[in-house]
Ligand binder design. Structure first.
Ligand SMILES: *Cc1c(COP(=O)(O)O)cnc(C)c1O
Length: 367
């Protein structure tokens, strides 16, 4: 094989900033085995859909009408305020490509938070200003305004991954006002289905610099579909359409998404979210009874964040048992923290049993 020669070639051709990049360590890339996946905030439900293959010979619509219409109805916005993309991740990417000049512009993120904002920015040679969350994981709007004079995009995740916390509406409005005519404030509502009536969609009418990200990956139980949405003023959506791929949504994806957004689909969503919220409550009560674990952050998503004694030992033990959760301890303010996605009753029971087993026996024997 001539890969050695290819390596030399690649080394001489790769742009200098790409050389510094590392591939995103998604939950799936870190651990592909395992039997219980409580590491990627996926839904434990897998639902049934029908496919009509009669148009698979044709290129799909760029923005399939049934999907746009379905999501506009669900989110209570107009069709012109909706963009559908290959997951919310592609929405993040389109925002950066549409609004940031490589090598010049910057975005703001508030760690600990979702990793893709920074990864996507770095991929396009856009710099990342970090303004950490305050104690209790509150948004530090004052410091953002004070320190970040001319970012193009400010990413605010609410409910935040991995802390499960919300953002005070007044703080968000403070940001929207401070950056009117200057920057877009992007509120990532990937977990909104688990957060009651906390969406900021109603603010779109008053703040043209507000952008909201949504996804079918979490509450809708369709992470494998790769389908997400951006909600914003029509002018913002039109600009994003200039940079999005010509066919971002495959025809089977459009068909499944339309079914998920139908009346029956929305009823199923609501039932499954209710089930997971009840499971979360049970899990929280049982975790609280384990002295070596403490829950930190909020409970407004489909996961809980815990601080664990002998974090590495516990993590290794769970992995060895095929029970995958997500280590968040590399993020600032999250030493010894693990994130547990809410699974079905059986998965949650097994997780708890393994944790108890570890602290009662395995961990004690090892130390
Ligand atoms: C999971 C997640 C996403 C990604 O959504 P996709 O539609 O699967 O790309 C976006 N933001 C946050 C905060 C997430 O946790």
């Amino acid at each position: 094989m001539s890969n050695e020669r290819a390596k030399t070639l690649v080394n001489s051709l790769t742009s200098s900033f790409v050389k510094t990049l590392k591939p995103y360590e998604s939950a799936r890339r870190l651990h592909s085995g395992g039997q219980d996946w409580l590491n990627a905030n996926e839904s434990p439900f897998s639902n049934n859909y029908q496919l009509d293959d009669s148009t698979f010979n044709r290129y799909p619509s760029c923005q399939p009408d049934a999907v746009i219409q379905g999501y506009a109805y669900y989110a209570d916005v107009s069709k012109e305020q909706v963009l559908v993309s290959r997951g919310a991740d592609e929405g993040i990417e389109c925002l950066i490509r549409a609004f940031c000049e490589p090598g010049k512009d910057s975005i703001v993120i508030c760690p600990p938070t979702y990793g893709m904002y920074a990864i996507s920015a770095e991929t396009f040679n856009v710099s990342v200003e970090k303004v950490p969350l305050l104690g209790g994981f509150a948004l530090d709007a004052d410091s953002i305004i004070e320190r970040c004079e001319s970012p193009k995009l400010i990413f605010v995740c609410a409910p935040n991954n991995p802390t499960g916390t919300l953002v005070e509406r007044e703080k968000l409005i403070q940001l929207l006002k401070a950056y009117t005519n200057k920057a877009l404030v992007v509120v990532d509502e990937a977990y909104i289905e688990f957060a009651g009536e906390t969406s900021v969609v109603s603010l779109l009418a008053d703040y043209p610099n507000l952008v909201i990200l949504r996804t079918l990956s979490k509450g809708f139980a369709l992470a494998g579909l790769r389908c997400g949405f951006t909600l914003a003023a029509p002018a913002i959506i039109e600009t994003m359409l200039k940079v999005i791929a010509p066919y971002p949504i495959a025809e089977p994806v459009a068909q499944v998404a339309a079914q998920a957004l139908s009346q029956a689909g929305l009823e199923k969503l609501s039932e499954q979210v209710d089930y997971l919220q009840a499971q979360k409550q049970i899990l929280v009560e049982r975790i609280s009874a384990i002295p070596q674990l403490s829950i930190i952050g909020g409970l407004h998503a489909n996961f809980v964040l815990v601080c664990a004694h002998n974090k590495q030992g516990l993590m290794d033990y769970l992995v060895s048992e095929g029970m995958l959760i997500r280590d968040q301890s590399k993020q600032q303010q999250l030493d010894n923290c693990l994130r547990i996605s809410i699974g079905n009753e059986q998965q949650n029971d097994r997780l708890l049993a393994l944790i108890v087993q570890f602290y009662d026996n395995v961990g004690v024997l090892a130390s």
